[in-house]
Design a protein around this ligand. Structure first.
Ligand code: NAD
Ligand code: DAU
Length: 386
């Protein structure tokens, strides 16, 4: 135990941190504190996890990455063809709630880092049925924490667990203000509540067991390989198929959008440079109402698809609102920018243009997803909204 503590201290843990999540003692922008050799990535076949693996696997050829993913409806090995045969990458199909499997992976791969993406991630599905959200997001996170703690309790090497979370744990903002790392939690959907519970478990392990974690809360991601249940890919899929484009309520709700590749760069920065037991908020600083976003998206779609017929905005249909719909999210990302030197490379305009181009060029990927499960989900979700 003493050995473990000293290894952690060498990773510049901030001793003043437990009461407030704010990080003020930080490494310099250039310093690399932690360089993992064997990384367990959970949920790496999903949207953000697969973008992350495509970012890190070629960048760190000396590091081994094991992707543990149950391949739920949201997991797709087609997201990973670019790296599937890399020497430093392997895939294991399995569930993060399977404690025996997770322990055996720790034993055979000697992980020194976990990057934990696996989750049920869609708010509307959590409203239809919260059960899987608690099982995967809360219990699954606990299984991973226990396995990591067991595997690392007598190590003298630097180790860390990166828990990926969301801005939704903080609740809903009015027209003014931003969430900060010390904003009290106020989750309002079953999805947000399950992510908040997981965040609390991670921090409780830090306090109780001196567990070596870093935690990030991020705003709405968008970009290639996002499953078309989420707003942006759903709009693009419906525009391509000339289907109604459902906008909840009046479309006035505001989200802060972050291009997924910028998020992946931020995650890599935090894993390598953040002090242990720190939290960073990662936002795109690109706030826009849903209706304005959809207008921008559809005008780009018409331009890049070369459509000269009636504008795709004619497809917009206002439907009944999401129950408990959070009005606005916004994050104060100053600490990650100032302390760690990360800043997004894409503004909303350039990120949306890349995204629309990608979906137009990857119709085959989309066709692979439009299966019976998707169609029946779509029917359940939207037929009643009128
Ligand atoms: P996603 O739904 O696209 O992917 C989730 C992945 O986890 C899928 O590959 C799925 O097969 C896998 N998975 C689900 N349950 C599993 C289980 N029990 N065991 C193993 N694998 C399982 O999600 P995403 O949008 O890529 O989000 C990834 C993480 O980032 C989540 O933790 C989410 O809460 C968080 N997050 C997402 C966003 C966003 O805008 N998408 C923003 C902030 C935070
Ligand atoms: O803020 C981070 C969160 O962003 C992540 O934690 C979640 O995993 C991710 O799904 C996302 O949650 P949202 O609920 O904000 O994303 P979604 O794409 O579902 O919806 C974005 C906004 O668009 C939201 O205000 C609801 C609205 N919407 C969504 C859909 C699917 C519509 O108006 N119509 C739709 O059909």
């Amino acid at each position: 135990m003493r050995q473990l503590k000293s290894a952690r201290e060498s990773q510049s843990r901030n001793p003043e941190r437990p009461e407030s999540y704010t990080v003020r003692v930080a490494p310099t922008k250039e310093s690399i504190l932690f360089s993992p050799r064997s990384v367990l990535v959970t949920g790496g076949a999903g949207f953000i996890g697969s973008n992350y693996l495509r970012y890190v696997v070629p960048r760190y050829p000396e590091t081994r990455f094991v992707n543990l993913d149950a391949l739920t409806y949201a997991g797709n090995l087609g997201n990973l063809t670019a790296i599937e045969s890399a020497d430093n990458y392997s895939f294991v199909r399995g569930d993060i709630t399977d404690a025996t499997l997770v322990a055996s992976l720790f034993a055979s791969h000697a992980f020194d880092a976990v990057v934990h993406f696996a989750a049920e991630s869609h708010v509307d599905r959590s409203i239809l049925d919260p059960t899987a959200f608690v099982t995967t997001n809360v219990h699954g996170t606990l299984v991973l924490l226990q396995a990591a703690r067991d595997a690392w309790k007598s190590t003298s090497l630097p180790v860390r667990f990166h828990h990926i979370s969301t801005d939704e744990v903080f609740g809903s903002l009015g027209y003014e203000g931003e969430f900060r790392v010390d904003t009290p939690y106020n989750p309002r959907s079953p999805y947000a509540a399950s992510k908040a519970a997981a965040d609390h478990l991670v921090r409780a392990f830090g306090t109780t067991y001196d567990f070596p974690y870093v935690l990030t809360n991020t705003s709405n991601n968008y970009g290639p390989f996002q499953f078309p249940e989420k707003l942006i890919p759903l709009v693009l899929r419906n525009a391509a198929s000339r289907l109604p484009i459902p906008i909840y309520g009046k479309g006035e709700n505001v989200r802060d959008w972050l291009f997924v590749e910028d998020h992946c760069e931020a995650l890599d920065t935090v894993l390598r440079r953040a002090p242990l037991q720190s939290t960073y908020l990662i936002g795109g600083s690109e706030e826009v109402s849903n209706i304005d976003l959809v207008h921008q998206l559809l005008s780009l779609f018409d331009e890049l698809a070369g459509r000269n017929e009636e504008p795709s905005t004619d497809l917009i249909t206002f439907v009944s609102d999401r129950p408990g719909h959070d009005f606005r999210y916004a994050l104060d990302s100053t600490p990650i920018r100032d302390d760690l030197g990360w800043t997004p490379r894409h503004d909303l305009k350039s990120g949306l243009r890349k995204t629309v181009a990608w979906y137009l060029e990857n119709q085959e990927w989309l066709d692979g997803i439009l299966n019976q499960e998707y169609l029946s989900y779509y029917d359940t979700q939207y037929s009643e909204r009128g």
